[in-house]
Design a protein. Sequence first.
Length: 231
Amino acid sequence: MESPREVLPALNRVRALGLPDAWDGHVTAPGWGGESFEGPLPDGHNGNVCVFCSASLKDPDYLEDGRALGRLLAGSRMGCVSGAGSSGVMGEVVRGAVEAGGWTGGSNVPHIIEIEGLPDGLSSFWLRPDIYTRMEIMIQKSDAFVIFPGGAGTVQEMLALLILKEKHHPHMEGKPVFVFNRVDTMERSFWGPLIDLLSVMGEHTPFTVIDDLDSLLPGIMEKLADRDLAA
């Protein structure tokens, strides 16, 4: 569009006709059949932890943290649910879990799969048409959530979880949310400013802040054990 006057007619056309469907129902990616698939949960499975994180961060320290988290989940017999991205911290979380023999499930959308493909070793995969239904299935399939370092998309996912918890949505009933507030070499905490902003919600915040990766899994398992006892 070359003029502001063209905006209103364009919006009226969208209102009348709807948005075009960007997905033609066909997706191709190396080594993948193009459909969702569901693998069985292993014996002794302790639940699924969904990790919301960056698919673009390239800092080696953050990537190693992601890979370490994947290994920790597998070692605790906990499934790793992710956005099934193959790059950044997200790719490393899946890679770490797969390398350690863990169960991994993920959901992704057609246009991202076309560009990046899927990470190797997924146990289950849920194809969805857009980021909103993608997030919905990830929430449904998970028992706890970890907010790892990320960007605008990760913030959106975190806020969606908190809104659902505040509204007592059944998809979030009894499901804890952990924020990994990573501290860098300059003593700066990654999520510090956002946590300060959210603190105006009141004395009780619907998430637990962890700044030490080794404390993350024990904290999750304790919360899930408390939930099971209360059930």
